[in-house]
Design a protein around this ligand. Sequence first.
Ligand SMILES: *[C@@H]1O[C@H](CO)[C@@H](O)[C@H](O)[C@H]1NC(C)=O
Ligand SMILES: *[C@@H]1O[C@H](CO)[C@@H](O)[C@H](O)[C@H]1NC(C)=O
Ligand SMILES: *[C@@H]1O[C@H](CO)[C@@H](O)[C@H](O)[C@H]1NC(C)=O
Ligand SMILES: *[C@@H]1O[C@H](CO)[C@@H](O)[C@H](O)[C@H]1NC(C)=O
Ligand SMILES: *[C@@H]1O[C@H](CO)[C@@H](O)[C@H](O)[C@H]1NC(C)=O
Length: 389
Amino acid sequence: MFDIAPDFGALLVFIEHRYYGESKPFGNDSYKSADTLGYLTSTQALADFAVLITSLKQNLSAVDAPVIVFGGSYGGMLASWFRLKYPHVAMGALASSAPILQFDDITPWSSFYDAVSQDFKSESLNCFSVIKAVWDVLDDRGSSDTGLLELSKTFRACKTVRFPSSLSNWLWTAFTYTAMVDYPTPANFMMNLPAYPVKEMCKIIDSFPAGADVVEKAFAAASLYYNYTGDQKCFQVEGGDDHHGLSGWGWQACTEMVMPMTVSNESMFPPSGFSYEEKSEGCFASYEVRPRMNWITTEYGGHKIDKVLKRFGSNIIFSNGMRDPWSRGGVLKNISSSIIALVTEKGAHHLDFRSATKDDPDWVVEQRRQEVEIIHGWIDQYNKYIAQM
Ligand SMILES: *[C@@H]1O[C@H](CO)[C@@H](O)[C@H](O)[C@H]1NC(C)=O
Ligand SMILES: *[C@@H]1O[C@H](CO)[C@@H](O)[C@H](O)[C@H]1NC(C)=O
Ligand SMILES: *[C@@H]1O[C@H](CO)[C@@H](O)[C@H](O)[C@H]1NC(C)=O
Ligand SMILES: *[C@@H]1O[C@H](CO)[C@@H](O)[C@H](O)[C@H]1NC(C)=O
Ligand SMILES: *[C@@H]1O[C@H](CO)[C@@H](O)[C@H](O)[C@H]1NC(C)=O
């Protein structure tokens, strides 16, 4: 957006979502309980955007100016939903890597981890097999105190690890996030990483002698994610990031944003199922609420989206890169002449929204060019229409 705004003579407005960043309605108490968190919903966030955009346009004496909304990931879902709910406020949306079909049973629940696994498998079968083999070995060795002590040393943990599951989670995070950010150029989105980091991880694994320990191999690969810059003295394997603490997304995932995920036996991760009861108990323990499984599709749709949007919607670009596991829950087919899916085989999580660099491959340059062309078309049409009114 930052790159293309001048081309449109556009005013760029970045609206912060309530309960994120500095937008805490109850200050430091915002995440305290269901009473204060209750106002954190996507519906209310969209209404905030509508109020702000409308007010800003009035203040700028630009009530007729066309508005295009942009978002990536959850922000991409919001962008597409905003266009559908507030067509009088925004005349178009670019939704990048927006998994709006990752709800209910629209997309197979195993697709996310199958896609992560596919990324690694596509680099080398050995790489995939090593990662697939590591989980059982970790469980075995981690089942005794001496084993955990040894593993803590291997993982260069800052403190001796108490649970073998912490080691698995640490590896799991590295492989999953690296698949998401498998960008074609060096980037610093989640972490500082080289171009095509999945390929680099697999190169590390493949460079070991065949008989080497799988744990050593997997650790070395994960170190690329955690220590590419080489400045880590030790790793916070346990109690590093607080994923379970009270936070905005934890609440949203426990109320409306329920994206069921399972791990199939075809993947490189240990197979697991999804249980609504377990999820619900966990949410109740954390927030005293229970998730509404089908709320998102009730509120915004998603089932038979092609048929529904063909007649009812317009002016939305859904862009996805197939290296990104979230792409599987995205809109990957053109729905109409103005609800367009732009899909790149080698793209990753909202790659198109990253600033252009001189090393960008042609297919990213082309994807961004197409987006600009399509949006120009919408605006031309809008301006003609406004002129007639
Ligand atoms: C909220 O928390 C931050 C960080 O802990 C602190 O700096 C700030 O003073 C607190 N604000 C209030 C109003 O208590
Ligand atoms: C528009 O102007 C009013 C009156 O000055 C102000 O209260 C409001 O915050 C402004 N809206 C925006 C989006 O800046
Ligand atoms: C991080 O990388 C640097 C450079 O390769 C290395 O010296 C250091 O030991 C690594 N840190 C850990 C915790 O492995
Ligand atoms: C994998 O899962 C499928 C479907 O659930 C099942 O039919 C198959 O036997 C499983 N394969 C292995 C190796 O466990
Ligand atoms: C959708 O249509 C555009 C042309 O408008 C085309 O470039 C693009 O490849 C199509 N997307 C898919 C997924 O076929």
